[in-house]
Design a protein. Structure first.
Length: 250
């Protein structure tokens, strides 16, 4: 048998010669004083559980001599196989490190994205709340007047208040008649013909009437809280629900 031309690795190489000669592992163990489990590890080429190289090479020499094999050839095959084994181990280690690095980077990226989302949501909520506060903030009080309510009137036109015509009104001059009907609770300030501002706290159903010669300036706490009639014609209140608006008529 030409051992050098055999493509078998070191464990198979020794095992094939042993079996060919009919030698048992017990006989080799007794002759070499190598435990049978170590002889099995050699034949199985179990690098993970074999001892250090220096001990394995000693085992291979003793094993080869016990069965009449070439100990140098067995060691050469062992070294070749061990190099391949180290390459596999190193490749697996590198792959594990690569995967760990990828997952670590992915966690960092996901953390950054999460922080950006939270920051974006927080900023949007903060801006929305700030805008809402600005819309609902009323201007400084000018000169409040006692609220006109339905209970102050006993007539069928309950809740209606008529503003007197300015003292300097000219006879025969066309007047502006403004009717205000509250459709929900709100407040408003009215300036008639440039006179002092008056404030009214309105409940749903309240109705106010004003007369002017030159015009009105209105500040309404909620654009959707009132309906206006100017000389019996609807007058649009531009704005959205909850928004304070200023209106100049005409």
């Amino acid at each position: 048998m030409n051992a050098k031309s055999t493509p078998l690795s070191f464990g198979s190489y020794l095992q094939s010669i042993r079996l060919e000669k009919g030698i048992s592992l017990e006989e080799i163990s007794k002759e070499t004083r190598i435990r049978k489990d170590n002889l099995l590890l050699i034949e199985r080429e179990d690098h993970e559980h074999l001892p250090a190289q220096i001990f394995v090479k000693g085992f291979l020499r003793a094993y080869a001599k016990a069965i009449g094999a070439d100990d140098k050839e067995a060691i050469r095959r062992y070294e070749d196989r061990y190099k391949s084994y180290l390459k596999v181990i190193n490749s697996e280690a590198m792959l594990i490190q690569l995967k760990a690095g990828v997952w670590s980077s992915l966690r960092i990226v996901l953390g950054i994205i999460f922080c950006l989302i939270v920051l974006s949501v927080y900023s949007t909520l903060f801006i929305s709340k700030s805008s809402l506060r600005e819309d609902r903030t009323s201007p400084p009080e000018l000169k409040p007047r006692v609220n006109t309510s339905d209970q102050a009137k006993g007539s069928s036109d309950a809740g209606a208040t008529s503003m007197p015509v300015p003292a300097n009104a000219k006879t025969g001059e066309k007047k502006l008649l403004l009717e205000v009907t509250a459709v929900k609770d709100t407040w408003m300030k009215v300036i008639v013909d440039g006179q002092s501002a008056e404030k009214f706290d309105l409940s749903s159903g309240d109705r106010l009437e004003f007369e002017a010669l030159s015009g009105f300036n209105l500040l309404i706490g909620d654009a959707s809280g009132v309906q206006l009639l100017l000389n019996n014609s609807p007058y649009e209140v531009a704005g959205v629900s909850g928004q304070a608006v200023t209106i100049q008529i005409p």
